[in-house]
Design a protein around this ligand. Structure first.
Ligand code: SF4
Length: 389
């Protein structure tokens, strides 16, 4: 029987996913240490659990007939489980409480933006597996893709959507996402060429002049979803410690106009004159004071593209080429260290560096080895999700 490799728990593996192929492409030794030897991060990362909680809450919101607030409550319910469990947070994720706030903001943003998103009759978490060489002695080898959302466009065509929770927005140049290798591979596996990313873009808690924020609640005739520019952040405790944080904000064009007016004011009495100008903008509502909790710096980004038909055979050939390399590496037990320490920097950030540097202390510090097969499903899910960090 054809085999790609045998996993840490002795399972015979005959399929490869996008992330498995990416790992192999990045460094065959990394692939071996994680997928064959079964080493995984000792510490649980917030990014993985947080992304999963956001996706599960989105799915729950749809399953519950889009009942307002239900997605937010579901995220909070899931995230409460992690309150007492140590997770590794990035500087942007900060801590459990900030992740709790960001997750609630994401689900609120999703509620606000959904009517404008091409997400209709969604099906969640589908698995498309496609054999590479049907009818040959390699017929058992498959590429497997995990599709977060399958949706239907207005004209009836289907679209596959990958959900990302990440720190930076995607490139929004029209059509650029048609060059994304993951979406190309998924299009090849599913036969669906319409593809999109639904990105939940995290933000740090800081708030300062010039930041872009989105309204989470209506403020008079300013409706939830409106994007504003921060004029000033008013931290609680400055005048009254019982007060909540607030911001002063307005539409970017208005804020620019006001800034230009203020810049013109110079010389004696300028402080008072500037205060008068700002007060006038506030008085007629061109800029407004808003509770900090009613805005978010987090963003929901949608990018969509069509994979050209002529690119699909290339994607399939590329997948096949890599799978043969993995099979060959397994048969020859040849797993070279092809990381890098300059550009692209891989090894200094790689969790397997203790092995490659012959440093048992680092191995002990960074890694655990998966145990019985019962843990393997969860371990594989983590591996498949790593590219979403
Ligand atoms: S430390 Fe470098 S060589 Fe070793 S597995 Fe990681 S990327 Fe590869």
């Amino acid at each position: 029987m054809t085999l790609l490799y045998k996993s840490a728990s002795g399972k015979e593996v005959r399929h490869a996913s996008y992330s498995a192929i990416s790992d192999f492409d990045s460094c065959p030794r990394l692939f071996k240490l994680s997928r064959i030897d079964g080493y995984k991060d000792k510490d649980k990362k917030c990014s993985f659990e947080f992304g999963k909680a956001v996706e599960d809450a989105v799915q729950f919101y749809h399953a519950n007939n889009l009942k307002p607030g239900d997605g937010i409550d579901e995220f909070k319910r899931i995230w409460l489980k992690w309150k007492e469990i140590p997770l590794v947070y990035t500087s942007q994720e900060k801590d459990w409480a900030w992740a709790y706030r960001m997750g609630a903001d994401f689900l609120r943003l999703y509620e606000i933006c959904l009517p404008d998103l091409p997400i209709r009759n969604p099906k969640f978490q589908l698995n498309y597996a496609k054999p590479l060489w049907p009818g040959t002695d390699l017929a058992e080898l498959e590429f497997t893709s995990f599709i977060d959302i399958l949706s239907t466009l207005e004209d009836g065509r289907r679209i596959i959507v990958d959900v990302k929770t990440q720190k930076n927005p995607m490139d929004s140049t029209p059509g650029m996402m048609s060059l994304d290798p993951q979406l190309k591979d998924y299009a090849w596996a599913s036969g669906i060429r319409e593809v999109g990313f639904l990105c939940f873009v995290k933000s740090s808690p800081s708030m300062k002049k010039g930041d872009s924020v989105t309204l989470l609640e209506d403020q008079g005739d300013w409706k939830a979803g409106r994007v504003l520019e921060v004029v000033r952040f008013i931290e609680h405790g400055v005048s009254d410690p019982t007060e909540e944080d607030k911001i002063v904000a307005g539409d970017t064009a208005i804020v620019q106009l006001m800034d230009a007016e203020l810049a013109e004011i110079k010389g004696k009495g300028s402080t008072e004159k500037k205060a008068e100008v700002s007060a006038a903008y506030l008085a007629d509502g061109r800029i407004r004071v808003i509770l900090r909790q009613n805005v978010t710096k987090c963003r929901l980004q949608w990018v969509q593209a069509t994979i050209p038909e002529e690119d699909l055979p290339d994607a399939g050939n590329q997948i096949g080429h890599k799978m043969i390399q993995i099979k060959d590496a397994y048969e020859k037990n040849f797993w070279p260290k092809t990381g890098g320490v300059r550009w692209p920097v891989k090894c200094p950030n790689c969790r397997m560096r203790g092995h490659c540097l012959n440093r048992p202390d680092l191995v002990e510090q960074l890694l655990v080895k998966i145990g019985p097969a019962v843990q393997e499903d969860e371990w594989l899910k983590e591996l498949e999700s790593e590219e979403t960090e």
